[in-house]
Design a protein around this ligand. Structure first.
Ligand SMILES: [Zn+2]
Length: 366
């Protein structure tokens, strides 16, 4: 990770670089920022910069052997500690393969993303981890640069682990740096906070999110702006929204109809926001799917059960909703969705088209 890979946040990058130039690098630093911020990314970029063999004015070189090793999260002098599970003997080093994949895939990911990634329910940092670390730090650095320990999700340090680390945090061996990364400061032990210099990582702003998404290949600036608005500075969420594909059209459509039937505006508005972030193709695809199901429903209500070509969940949906829909309103609803499909094709704002259609359907089926 280089500073250049992190969108914006120039003020933080300058501050960190200045600390190196002025020879004022604190030996324990706390990178705190909310979920979806660059708290981990910034610590990684700083670690890269610190050990770079050819530091540039505004970034690490990205080419020297140290930079390349840190990029792969395989530098022998950089240790990573993060929540794991499976008993006190399970240490972060046993999860390095997954950790490397995770950081490459979700550099702004949070704890729940990580736990999902490794398929564990609850993670913690056991005291065994501290013992092992203290032992490793007593050895000399392999490559002559800083020995760096990155503790991700420091708020999940077990109390015993945190206590075991207090002394070494206060007086680390020579050329050793601790970069603690946390997303909720209020859960971090005050004894840890008081031993570290804070580096506040603010949320990304609207502009930074838009630029990043466009750089990642999103070619629609309007959609990028919608996603930036919805994700509210959480870059991980923004990336997820950008890549969002409908896993299950049936479920999505069934929920939509349920909310319409219940006239549940508190559900319909967020659904419209979500709909707004989909690509035009996905939006049209959902409407096309709905039209297909409603045509089956039409046949079903005509007692043409033998003509219905669907099965499973879709059939259950049709059977259930056959009580709500009748020939009269079905024709209207099919007309409304076809019209919305047409409007989206013509670039009418998707959120408005979706909400209008939802409210009209609600009125028809009540
Ligand atoms: Zn370098």
């Amino acid at each position: 990770m280089l500073f250049a890979n992190i969108p914006g946040l120039q003020e933080t990058k300058d501050l960190l670089i200045r600390s190196v130039t002025n020879n004022h690098v604190a030996h324990a630093q706390l990178f705190h920022g909310l979920d979806g911020s660059a708290n981990l990314a910034m610590a990684l970029a700083f670690a890269t910069y610190l050990n770079c063999e050819d530091k540039q004015e505004t970034d690490a070189c990205g080419k020297c052997s140290s930079c390349l090793k840190i990029k792969k999260l395989a530098h022998p002098d950089v240790t990573y500690i993060f929540p794991t599970a499976g008993g006190k003997k399970v240490l972060s080093e046993n999860f390095m393969k997954e950790w490397r994949e995770f950081v490459a895939e979700k550099p702004f990911g949070g704890l729940s993303d990580w736990l999902n990634f490794v398929e564990i329910k609850q993670g913690n940092i056991p005291v065994e981890e501290a013992r092992q670390l203290i032992q490793n730090l007593s050895l000399k650095s392999y490559e002559g640069g800083y020995k760096i320990v990155i503790i991700w999700q420091a708020e999940n340090l077990h109390t015993a682990t945190a206590n075991a680390l207090l002394k070494i945090l206060e007086e680390p061996p020579e050329q050793t740096l601790f970069l603690l990364v946390c997303s909720s400061m209020d859960r971090l032990l005050t004894t840890i906070i008081s031993r570290a210099q804070r580096v506040a990582i603010r949320n990304f702003n609207q502009d930074e999110v838009i630029k990043y998404l466009m750089k990642k290949g999103l070619d629609n600036e309007e959609r990028a702006a919608q996603i930036a608005f919805l994700s509210d500075g959480d870059m991980n969420k923004a990336e997820e929204l950008m890549e969002q594909k409908i896993q299950n059209e049936q479920e999505w459509f069934a929920n939509w109809m349920r909310y319409c039937y219940a006239f549940d505006v508190s559900k319909l508005i967020p659904l419209a926001d979500e709909f707004d972030t989909f690509t035009k193709e996905t939006q049209k695809g959902l409407f096309e799917y709905g039209l297909r199901i409603l045509r089956e429903l039409f046949l079903y209500t005509q007692s043409a059960e033998q003509l219905v070509r669907i099965e499973g969940e879709e059939l259950v949906f049709v059977q259930k909703f056959s009580k709500v829909f009748n020939i009269g309103n079905l024709e209207h609803i099919i007309g409304l969705i076809s019209e919305a499909h047409f409007h989206i094709e013509r670039n009418v704002r998707a959120k408005i088209a979706f909400l209008d259609t939802s409210l009209s359907i609600s009125r028809l089926i009540r």
